[in-house]
Write a protein that binds this ligand. Structure first.
Ligand code: GLC
Length: 557
């Protein structure tokens, strides 16, 4: 493999940062974050070390699902700015070496989208088949709804035409009929449009839902296997923009997920979030036992060489624990969200990491060290780098969608508007801006922000982590994960202690004679014995990254 390949396949060891423009930075003082505001803060992200920005939906929307309900795929929400602002933002980000991807929402539109408005006019309307309809009363589908607090069926009766339309999510989000060639063309045009304006790819929303054939006639199902459609989409993306990516939201067991990477060296999604590892990470943290996470990592199926897992500890939604067993979920709830107001949809948590870990800085840093050391591409959700908390007063998932905390000033420096005009209230109390804000942390070498920046730099200097072969190292402590990633001649060993007590970890490493381990996150070196034996100390909730170095090799830092 030539070195150029590592930069061509930039997503293999990127640092992805997700944000919602409306809560990031308000440049014009109307209380709503905007594109111009984000453009002003790109240098902050560059300084942190972010290499890929993921923008949550910024399209026109009635905003009944925080922008995940779109009325125009080609538009820009006027509250946030214009197409001109989007292009300036992308240009500025690229100038700082940051690629930009955005949400692609093709499972459903808003019910206010002109297509749906047309479709519900009559059964003969030319837009009728843009959506999925059934004429006979639907069976009970209460167990298939995504939002059990609001919906009890995935079918909704449309009074005017007397038929039911499909909606896997809210009833105001009718599912598009992906089998309709005209809908397929619309989606391709949408992808092409945003690529032309400079995007480097998409975070593809709700992939298994839009590929599902629920409600389709036998004839419609025959048109194309859903994976064929995904393959065609990937080929189209590649023709238009060779190194653009599709990062899919596919919350399924690993084996099922594997099929969405495609065959032939990977011809469907480039990346997928690893929901299974994320959920098992919390089980491991709750039990102070690394084995659930270890098992999840070892059970990951092999994926095509050009593909990658996206690792994360939380995203913009509820911290879902839906793939754990009921007992396991109860354990995580008991440890990290025992109150009803901390839980949502019966399957997830409304909380961010630092409050869940009672603000223990050792533990918080250990979690992020672990995240960045795992095989995959780490994805941060805005505010994680400064340890923001959640607002439990906010409804459901809005608890973690509060304004970015820039300074200790009014509205956390997010906006100059009066509190009543803010897009959402700023977090109050111990995690409010007086205690948690970017301005003070950027200046403080001991802050979480400075730790994160250092971690990101080290991660970027360890291509083994994104590119290498992963192995779990044998050692006797169940609270410890010891793993190693090896790529070409380079190799990194990482150790994480999920428990509060210090431990000594004996390892036997398969390394050349006279090898040493060089600490990458702190000063330190340790010689490996002739038989590969070495003992490493870990503090309570401690973590270490060590590069294997031996005489005669080409030196990496
Ligand atoms: C995805 C998004 C979520 C949204 C849903 C419906 O799961 O992450 O925020 O509500 O799709 O679009």
């Amino acid at each position: 493999m030539r070195m150029t390949e590592t930069s061509d396949l930039w997503w293999k060891n990127a640092v992805i940062y997700c944000l919602d423009i409306e809560t990031f930075f308000d440049a014009d003082g109307d209380g709503i974050g905007d594109i111009a505001g984000l453009a002003e803060r790109i240098d902050y992200l560059a300084e942190l070390g972010v290499t890929c920005l993921w923008l949550m939906p910024f399209y026109p929307t009635p905003d009944r699902d925080d922008g995940y309900d779109v009325t125009d795929y080609y538009g820009v929400d006027a509250r946030l700015g214009t197409h001109g602002d989007v292009v300036e933002l992308i240009r500025t980000a690229k100038d700082r070496g940051i690629r930009v991807i955005a949400d692609l929402l093709i499972n459903h539109t808003s019910d206010q989208h002109p297509w749906f408005q047309q479709a519900r006019q009559s059964k003969e309307n030319p837009y009728r088949d843009y959506y999925v309809w059934r004429a006979d009363p639907p069976p009970d589908t209460a167990d298939q709804v995504v939002f059990p607090d609001k919906e009890d069926s995935i079918w909704e009766l449309d009074e005017k035409t007397g038929e039911w339309y499909l909606h896997h999510f809210y009833k105001h989000q009718p599912d598009l009929n992906i089998a309709n060639p005209r809908v397929r063309d619309e989606i391709w045009k949408t992808i092409g449009f945003w690529l032309e304006l400079g995007l480097d790819g998409f975070r593809v929303d709700a992939v298994p839902y839009f590929l599902s054939d629920v409600g389709l006639t036998a004839e419609q199902r025959d048109v194309d296997d859903p994976h064929t459609y995904l393959r065609k989409m990937r080929a189209f993306l590649g023709r238009r923009h060779g190194d653009a990516i599709l990062l899919g939201e596919v919350n399924l067991p690993h084996e099922e997920q594997r099929t969405y990477f495609g065959a032939n060296g990977g011809d469907e999604l480039h990346m997928m979030f690893d929901f299974i590892a994320m959920q098992n990470l919390y089980l491991s943290l709750a039990r102070e036992d690394a084995r659930p996470l270890t098992r999840a990592l070892l059970e990951r199926p092999a994926i095509p060489a050009d593909c990658q897992w996206a690792t994360f500890v939380r995203n913009h939604d509820e911290l879902t624990l839906d793939k754990l067993s009921e007992d396991e979920r109860a354990e995580v709830f008991a440890a990290f969200g025992p109150e009803k107001e901390m839980q949502v949809f019966g399957r997830g948590l409304k909380r961010r990491v630092p409050p869940m870990l009672e603000g223990d800085p050792r533990r918080v840093r250990m979690v992020y060290s672990l995240l960045f050391s795992l095989p995959g591409t780490p994805t941060l959700y805005y505010g994680e780098e400064i340890g923001m908390g959640e607002d439990l007063r906010a409804e459901g998932r809005m608890a973690v969608r509060t304004p970015m905390q820039w300074s200790a000033g009014a509205a956390g420096g997010f906006s100059t508007a009066v509190p009543g005009d803010l897009v959402s209230p700023v977090v109050e109390g111990g995690y409010g801006p007086a205690h948690v804000n970017a301005a003070s942390q950027v200046r403080d070498p001991d802050s979480l922000w400075s730790f994160m920046r250092g971690l990101i730099q080290t991660y970027r200097s360890c291509p083994e982590l994104g590119w290498g072969d992963f192995e779990v190292l044998d050692q006797p402590h169940r609270q410890v994960l010891a793993h190693r990633s090896t790529w070409r001649t380079a190799s990194v060993v990482a150790l994480h202690n999920l428990g509060p007590e210090p431990v000594t970890v004996p390892l036997t490493l398969d390394v050349p004679p006279d090898s040493a381990l060089i600490d990458l996150l702190q000063d330190g070196t340790c010689q490996v014995g002739p038989d590969g034996a070495v003992e490493l100390q870990l503090e309570g909730y401690g973590y270490r990254w060590l590069r294997v170095r031996h005489d005669g090799e080409r030196r990496l830092p």
